[in-house]
Design a protein around this ligand. Sequence first.
Ligand code: GLN
Length: 383
Amino acid sequence: MPNPVFASLPTSIFQHMTVLAQKHEAINLGQGFPDQDGPLSLREVAAKQLLDGPNQYPPSKGMAVLRQAVSAHAAQFYGLTYDPEDEVVITSGGTEAITGALMAMAGVGDEVVMIEPTYDSYRPMAEAAGAVVKAVKLAAPGWRLTEEALRAAITQKTRAILINSPHNPAGRAFSREELEALARAVSGTDIVVVCDEVYEHLVYDGAAHIPLATLPGLRGRCLKIGSAGKIFSLTGWKVGWVCGPRELVSVVTKAHQFITFTTSPALQAGVAYGLMHEMDYPLQLARRLQTNRDILAARLTKLGFDVQPCEGTYFLTAGISKLTNEKDFAFCERLIREAGVALIPLSAFFKSGTPDTFVRFAFCKQQALIEQSLERLEKYFKK
Ligand code: GLN
């Protein structure tokens, strides 16, 4: 008998909508990937390393040059210090980092608290490890996190909380007050917080990303996850990392050594170069994406979408109740076929399948493509 956790899963919603978008030649604002590759210099460094080698297994915990660069990045941006020797582990992308952190922190019968809407990989990987997922459901309008909801989900069995900020798909960057509420909810427990912060440099309106680990007393229980794919618009590279106290990182490193063991040396070298020399790139990207967000928000609102606040990430969410009686999934499939624009139904990120009246727009695209997709939607809804 195959493992029911995976056997019962549908194909990922991103894959489903992307395949449909390709079939109907729709503009893909569904799956979140940039339509322009990040800096040439990183790719040149990686290409050179690929040609010159070495091309054999790097150390399982990651190449020293990249661990040092990740450590320096955390110090430079947040004043967080992680020893590159044993407080940083390089993974094959943020997704592997999350899996490794979950497997390292929770096993059979343990509980893991997750924020709903929940990014699609989280729940199955915790469940595959034998853990039980307790959801803290955010609600529109606003998708705000409360201490009350967190406390209601935490029990004696809670081993870990997985928090994603800036949050995919909600587009929230949790405020200091919300993070403080989380800090209060875990104080006095030994709960570890897995912090998926892959969108750390995509925070808008002049706000700064707040890593949970920077709150007083929190560093020691936080596993902080980052992703080069998101920082440098190279999502196919699959280079990520976990930083945290050595007692926790050592266990994540053991999980990692048997999930992928290591990740491509050429790409690690490219990312190390980027973290040292190209940190202007994500700052400029954030400016461009903020413009896209604003254009999208204004014109979608005019069309009747109930646009929710978006403070970070590649994603904007909007309610569709004024536009249709359909559920979000049917609405998205219709838009692909009839309007030529692909989105993601938000119900895919809720265990119960509700709410089912919201969609997610990925705006990590060139402005012209965002405008073209809006023209298609405007034409379609005027009919
Ligand atoms: N992170 C991407 C998104 O949210 C999807 C990546 C994937 O397809 N697995 O759109």
